[in-house]
Design a protein around this ligand. Sequence first.
Ligand code: FMN
Length: 192
Amino acid sequence: MKNTLVLKSSILGPHSQSTLLIDQVLEGKNGIIERDLAENSLPVLDRDVATALRGGENLSNEQKAILALSDQLIDELKAVDQVVIGAPMYNFMVPTQLKNWFDMIARAGVTFTYTENGPVGLIENKKVIVVTTRGGLHKDSPRNSIESYLTTMLGFIGLTDVEFVYAEALNMGDEPAQAAREKAAKQLKDLV
Ligand SMILES: Cc1cc2nc3c(=O)[nH]c(=O)nc-3n(C[C@H](O)[C@H](O)[C@H](O)COP(=O)(O)O)c2cc1C
């Protein structure tokens, strides 16, 4: 088993389907670093946080702490071989808590840089597996903005080896939900 960073972002605690799926496949494995972004919320990107993330002098103590936390999150990401992201769909997007993680690690000169040919990601050689859970069916429709957002955001920081594991129709009756869970668990097991 590769060293793995697991990012959970469900707000549903013990009822979370994405957490259940991830735990079912990864629990007890070696080399796992877990971050539950809903249990331990990160700062929301605002003017103070954006200033903190640019670094430099004249940061308040709070901003210095935000910058240190961002450094820690980036070091955590750099240290692993693969990342498993739990990405439930809430109101057609990823949870705010997961967006906050990306906002904390997207840093010019640290995780991406601009060149004359455009932006280049600075995080390399990692596999990313996204486990995305949904009540309905959206995978092959324009409503699936989660896949394009995550593919773009991960690619922007250099992570282009991304696989999506879908568990859809979870609120469409017991049978389709169970079938979706089983299929997703098998896919995740094969990928990690
Ligand atoms: C606040 C909220 C918003 C949701 N929005 C959507 C949605 O836009 N589309 C959808 O198919 N399901 C939606 N659902 C259903 C969730 O995607 C479903 O419960 C899934 O299991 C969430 O993953 P989780 O259990 O890991 O949190 C929503 C659920 C909640 C609680």
